[in-house]
Write a protein that binds this ligand. Structure first.
Ligand code: 2HA
Ligand code: ZN
Length: 281
């Protein structure tokens, strides 16, 4: 099967355009990666070429040795992926020592994988391990309302989780484990990748202060849906805060407990009890 005609590639291309139309991908902002199954790689046969040099990842991902990923290209515009997928996307192979990658498909007009490759791969390494390989997608975008909240709320994971849960009843069900918050850091390197991947041990969404959001999921729909749900909730909170600093009423701790019981989810206890009497905040 032609690489561009596979379902997973079609899904990947679609998400890039969808994210742009949401307003999450100004210029070359945002990036996306997908861990391709060995069966899907085998189906690509001689469409893959193994003559390109190995290059440093900039971090170590031993748990991904021999894996293949589809990734967006560094400096490429998400809005253009639909028009020219083969020059905007790449398939890369990870070396046996987990320190290097090589391009085996795509980027036909030159270029490198996403500048956030260390974070993508370190997140994939964590998720592959803790989900027994179920999670395959890591998605980074710049959604404006969530970024705005990083100027208004304390940069605390429990506070972000609780405030976003309260803005829409579906939120505690969609992200019961909550989200992580990383303080402002220089993007693109190993230090921010390490910080992010530590949170990914516990949660599927990590906010980068004054920058954007990383989401992890089993497939493109679920991962895009998580990004979308969090940003929608952030938009509601921005609207509320724009009118008044105080909520007249909200979803309470008791409401959240009732919701969790009915929907059979375990809510992050720190966020759940954040505003209880005697709690630290
Ligand atoms: O430009 O979003 O974080 C791509 C990015 C870097
Ligand atoms: Zn970014």
């Amino acid at each position: 099967m032609k690489c561009l005609e596979t379902t997973w590639m079609q899904d990947m291309i679609r998400i890039c355009g969808d994210g742009f139309r949401q307003g999450w991908h100004e210029r070359n902002g945002g990036n996306l990666s997908y861990r391709i199954s060995q069966e899907a790689i085998a189906e690509l046969g001689d469409q893959l070429h193994y003559d390109q040099p190995w290059q440093s990842i900039g971090t170590e991902v031993k748990g991904l040795a021999g894996e293949f990923f589809a990734v967006t290209g560094s400096g490429k515009y998400m809005r253009n992926v639909e028009l020219k997928p083969e020059s905007h996307l790449a398939i890369i192979e990870i070396s046996p020592d987990g320190l290097q990658y090589r391009i085996v498909w795509g980027l036909t007009e030159g270029g490198r994988p996403t500048s956030e490759l260390p974070t993508h791969l370190m997140n994939h390494e964590v998720k592959k391990r803790i989900t027994q390989g179920r999670h395959r997608v890591i998605y980074h975008a710049h959604p404006a309302n969530l970024i705005a909240l990083t100027f208004l709320l304390p940069l605390d994971s429990a506070v972000f989780t609780r405030e976003l849960w309260e803005m829409a009843t579906e939120c505690p069900v969609v992200f019961p484990e909550g989200l992580g918050v990383v303080k402002w850091m220089v993007p693109g390197g190993k230090p921010i990748a390490e910080e992010t991947s530590v949170f990914m041990e516990q949660v599927n969404a990590v906010v980068w202060a004054h920058h954007g959001l990383f989401c992890s999921g089993t497939d493109f729909d679920e991962t895009f849906g998580l990004m979308h749900t969090i940003e929608k909730s952030a938009e509601i909170l921005i609207k509320v805060l724009s009118v008044s600093p105080n909520k007249r009423q909200t979803i309470t701790t008791a409401d959240l407990i009732a919701l969790a019981a009915d929907f059979h989810v375990t809510l992050n206890p720190e966020a759940l009890h954040l505003y209880d009497e005697g709690a630290k905040h």
